[in-house]
Design a protein around this ligand. Structure first.
Ligand SMILES: Nc1ncnc2c1ncn2[C@@H]1O[C@H](COP(=O)(O)OP(=O)(O)OP(=O)(O)O)[C@@H](O)[C@H]1O
Length: 237
C-alpha cells in the first residue's frame, strides 16, 4: 500500500498566481503514519484530494500501489478518505452513516433491497471497535463532535482500505475528543498496519502520533522527515 507522488503540479491558479500544488514529490510507504502540516491554504487538502483523483493535475503522476491515479478512473479501492468536517448525514443514525460507505460497492438492484445482513453486522462491529456500540442507532446529529468523527472513521473503514487519508479529523474537537480520535487512528496503524496520512494543525500532536511529517508551504514541500522535535525544527526554520 504505497502512495507515490512524482512532481505533481495542479493547473495554474490566477487567484493564487501559482499552481495550488507545485512540483510535489513524495513516497509514502506501507504502514507509515504521516502527519501533513502547513498553514491555511498551503495545499494540504488539495494534496489528499489529488491522491484520490479529485483534483486535476497539469503535470506529474500519482501512483497508488503502482497503479496510476487519474480522474477518469474510479477511485482506488484501497484508499479511503475522511473529508474535512466528516460529511455525515445528520438525520441518519450512526449505523446508517457507516453503511453509506458501502454504497459504491452495491449494484443498483442490491441498493433497492437494502444493505445485506453481513454489511449491517460489519457496521455494528466497527462501531463497537470504535467505542460507539451504544450510539449505533442514534441520529448522528445528537452525537458529540468526537463521536461523529469516529462514525466517519467507521464509514471509511467499512470499505476495508489499506490507506486512510484523514483531512483535519480533530479540528474543532475538545482536547479529550481529539485525543480519542488520534488514539483510534494510532490503533488502526499499530494493529492493522494501516497506512495513515492525517492533516493536522498541531505540531506536538503530530510529533506524538506520527513518525513522519510532511510540511507544505504555498503548494510545495518545505520539510519531509521525522516528526519528533518538529516544534523545535520549525522554530529553527
Ligand atoms: N477548487 C478550487 N478552486 C480554486 N482555488 C482553490 C480550490 N481549492 C482550493 N483552492 C485554493 O488552493 C489553496 C490551497 O487550498 P487547500 O484547501 O488545499 O489548503 P489547506 O492547506 O488544506 O488549507 P486549510 O488548512 O485552510 O484547510 C487555497 O488558497 C485555496 O483557496
Amino acid at each position: 500500500m504505497t502512495i507515490e507522488c512524482e512532481k505533481i503540479t495542479t493547473p495554474y491558479s490566477a487567484t493564487l498566481n501559482r499552481p495550488i500544488l507545485n512540483e510535489i514529490s513524495c513516497k509514502i510507504h506501507q504502514g507509515e503514519f504521516v502527519a501533513l502540516l502547513g498553514l491555511n491554504g498551503a495545499g494540504k487538502s488539495s494534496l489528499l484530494k489529488a491522491i484520490v483523483g479529485l483534483v486535476p493535475l497539469a503535470k506529474g503522476v500519482i501512483k497508488v500501489n503502482n497503479s496510476v491515479q487519474n480522474q477518469q478512473k474510479k477511485h482506488h479501492p484501497d484508499v479511503a478518505m475522511l473529508f474535512q468536517g466528516g460529511g455525515l448525514i445528520r438525520q441518519l443514525s450512526a449505523i446508517e452513516n457507516v453503511l453509506c460507505g458501502k454504497l459504491g460497492s452495491l449494484s443498483a438492484w442490491q441498493s433497492l433491497w437494502g444493505f445485506p445482513k453481513h454489511d449491517r453486522r460489519l457496521a455494528l462491529e466497527l462501531l463497537d471497535r470504535l467505542g460507539l456500540k451504544d450510539q449505533a442507532y442514534q441520529k448522528t446529529a445528537y452525537l458529540s463532535g468526537g463521536q461523529q468523527q469516529r462514525v466517519a472513521i467507521a464509514r471509511a473503514l467499512i470499505q476495508n482500505p489499506g490507506i486512510l487519508l484523514a483531512d483535519e479529523p480533530i479540528t474543532g474537537l475538545d482536547v479529550l475528543a481529539a485525543k480519542q480520535v488520534m488514539e483510534t487512528l494510532a490503533k488502526l496503524h499499530a494493529e492493522q498496519g494501516m497506512t495513515i496520512v492525517v492533516v493536522l494543525h498541531d505540531l506536538s500532536l503530530a510529533a506524538a502520533y506520527a513518525q513522519r511529517a510532511i510540511v507544505l508551504e504555498a503548494g510545495q514541500i518545505i520539510y519531509d522527515g521525522i516528526s519528533q522535535n518538529l516544534p523545535e525544527i520549525m522554530q529553527a526554520g
